[in-house]
Every structure is written in C-alpha cells, then in structure tokens.
Design a protein around this ligand. Structure first.
Ligand code: KG4
Ligand code: ZN
Length: 363
C-alpha cells in the first residue's frame, strides 16, 4: 500500500445495510473511523427468513442515511475520501444492485474511483484489518450464509480447502432453535440454552468426519435433532427446559467437534514453513464453544488464534472498505460497467460448492 488512503465502504448483500470509513496508513495499519449498520431483523421477523424483495427495498431506502451517518461519525465529507468500495457480490441480487447503483452514483458525482469488492473477501481479510495478521493464514469463515476453510495468500488470492455441501452453520443454528422452541437469531439462543445442558444425553452425528478433507455437512445433523425432538414429544407430549438445553448442547457439541477435526485437517494442507495463524470470521464466530475449540486446535498446531470482535465478524462495511484498500495495490479500479454478482467464488480454480444458505446462494 503505497500511501495513506481513506475509503468509504458500502455493504448491502444480505439483511444489513452498512456504510463505513476506514483509513489505512502507508505502513498498512488500518483504523475504522466509523461503521454504521442498520439491520433489517424486524422487517423479516414475520416471514421466518430474509425476504429478498423486502431486503432490496429497505437497502435502497437506508443506504444514503447510513452513508451520511458514517461520514458524520468519521468527521469527513465526501470530498475527503480517496475511493468508494462496494460489495458487488455474492449475495441477494436485489440488495447487491442497490449498493452497486448507489456507489456508482457517488463515484460519478464525486469523480472518486470505484472498487467492487467480493463480500467473502471482506470477511476473509478482516483479521488483517483488526490484527494485521501476515499472509498466509488459515481462515474458517462461518455465518448464516457461508462456511468454508480457506488459506488466504493475498488480497485477491484465496485457496478453498473445503466448505459445507448443504446448510451453512448459522442457518442450522437458526433452524434448530426454531425446532426446539428457542428464539431467533438461533445462534445466541442455542449457546445460552446449552450452558444448562448435558452434551452427552443425545448422541448426534458428526457428519463427514469419515471423509478426507475439509468438506462439511450440517443438514443430517439438523434432521437428527428433529427426530430426537419428535421422539421426546411423542413420548411425553412436549419439551421441558432441560430437554431444550440438552438438545441445544448436544447439537452445539457436534458442530464444535466437526470444526475442530476439520481444522486439524486444514492444517495438514497448510504449507509447513509458512507463518501459522488460524482465524475465524462470520456471525457464528461469536460462539464461545466454537472459539475455544478452535483456539485449542491452534495451540496444538503451534499457531496463533485470531477471532475479530463480533461487530467486525458479522456483516459490516468496514471490511469492504479495508478489502478495497488492500486490493487497490494489486488491481485496477472498476468503472461504471461494474455489475452485481449473485455468485462469486473466492477460489475460482475449484468447482462451486452446492447448497444455498438462508441468506442467498453460497459461493
Ligand atoms: O455473519 P452474520 O451476521 O450474517 C450472515 O449470515 O451473513 O451471521 C449471522 C448468523 C446467524 O445465523 C446467527 O444465528 C449466527 O450467525 N450466530 C451465532 C451466534 N451468534 C450469531 N451462531 C452460533 N453462536 C452464536 N453465539
Ligand atoms: Zn457475510
């Protein structure tokens, strides 16, 4: 990164409308000057999932307000920034188009260069934004819509070691919470209930541990929890609080075991002479059992462990601004032909993963 830059980031690929200002110094150190996130949880609550049309309309209504707030909080004007970065995919296409159109308008009006950023690259580069982690590093990206192990070699160079072949883990946490009568979002509700649970009462499967590599599956685990729930209800007419806690804990323990074992396998594919850091990102990275499981693997593997703060793990625009700052050094700016992409794999050398998360197509 040759000189200090300040970048306005815009994110609208799912159900969070976000804008942020990030400054990256000539030494590569980044600071988040402001980060504004307007979530749409209330708008979608009645539908049991994100409704793409409602999301797109809400983004179109909120983007300018979020950008204005980000500028005010960062004490800057549009004329002070060096570039505009926007999520150009993957995600729900209507929302991505809202952000891309807004960014193009700003770029045209201000003459500032425009950068279309891969949302997943934003997540994957966050450990550099927060902790300046050196390349390469190992990353587990886990959220409501994504799940993959990556080796991050550079701002535009990602090697996918494996990912989910069906549901994303956050999606599974949310569905299981609904099945056993806990609130949404399901991840925090399951984690909370699991504190009172016995993880050994129910024997849930650890899918794909019998298969080499880092691919994962969560849909069979979800079905196993559903069957157990149904059996308890058939026998006793309902679930007690203890049943809920034991189901939640059993499910969470299975997810942790899968991540731990697959992380060990990911290290087997990691260059032995490279610097060793295991990083976690995405909303599911908030889970303490998952964090501590992966921290243990990192220690075993003589690697450092980095999990960014939750506000930068979940969807935000600071990660988009930062990714553009890094990519600026190696890639040309986009122009007004930039288009929104519903799918955009990070590692294009490998076939696309199957499955579609509740928040849009997986890449
Ligand atoms: O990254 P994110 O905010 O949005 C996208 O999916 O892109 O992730 C949201 C997901 C939800 O499915 C939520 O249930 C899950 O992250 N989550 C958690 C926890 N907190 C949030 N999952 C497990 N444990 C948690 N503590
Ligand atoms: Zn995301």
């Amino acid at each position: 990164m040759p000189q200090a830059v300040t970048i306005l980031g815009i994110e609208s690929s799912c159900d969070d409308t976000a804008a942020a200002l990030v400054r990256v110094g000539a030494n590569g150190h980044a600071s988040v000057l402001s980060s504004v996130v307007a979530d749409q949880t209330d708008l979608h609550a009645a539908f049991g999932g994100v409704v793409p049309e409602i999301a797109a309309r809400a983004h179109a209504e909120k983007l300018d307000l979020c950008i204005e707030q980000a500028l005010i909080k960062g004490k800057m004007q549009l004329s002070d920034i060096d570039a505009i970065a926007v999520t150009a995919g993957p995600g729900l296409i209507g929302g991505v188009i809202s952000g891309v159109m807004c960014a193009k308008g700003l770029s045209l009006a201000t003459g500032k260069p425009l950068y279309g950023v891969n949302h997943l690259a934003g997540h994957a580069l966050t450990p550099r934004l927060t902790d300046n982690v050196p390349y390469p590093y190992l990353m587990l990206l886990v959220s409501g819509g994504h799940c993959q192990f990556l080796i991050v070699h550079g701002p535009l160079k990602f090697e996918r070691l494996g990912g989910t072949i069906d549901d994303a883990p956050g999606e599974a946490f949310d569905k299981i919470a609904r099945l056993i009568g806990l609130s949404q979002p399901g991840g925090p509700a399951i984690e909370h209930a699991a504190k009172q649970g016995d993880p050994k009462r129910f024997k849930f499967p650890r899918p794909l541990l019998d298969r080499d590599g880092c691919d994962m599956s969560f849909s069979g685990l979800k079905t196993a929890v559903l069957r157990t729930r149904d059996a308890i209800i058939a026998e006793r007419g309902g679930l007690t609080g203890q049943d809920q806690a034991d189901l939640a804990d059993g499910f969470q323990a299975a997810v942790v075991d899968v991540f731990v074992e697959k992380a060990r396998r990911a290290f087997q594919s990691y260059p032995p002479d490279a610097s060793r850091t295991l990083c976690l990102a995405g909303g599911v990275a908030a889970n303490h059992a998952i964090r501590s499981g992966l921290e243990t693997v990192a220690a075993e593997q003589n690697a450092s462990f980095v999990a960014p703060p939750l506000s930068l793990c979940t969807d935000n625009a600071a990660m988009i601004a930062y990714a553009a700052a890094e990519q600026r050094g190696t890639d040309d700016a986009d122009d007004l032909t930039l288009s929104a992409r519903p799918r955009w794999p990070l590692d294009t050398s490998q076939p696309a993963m199957l499955g579609s998360g509740k928040k849009g197509a997986k890449a």
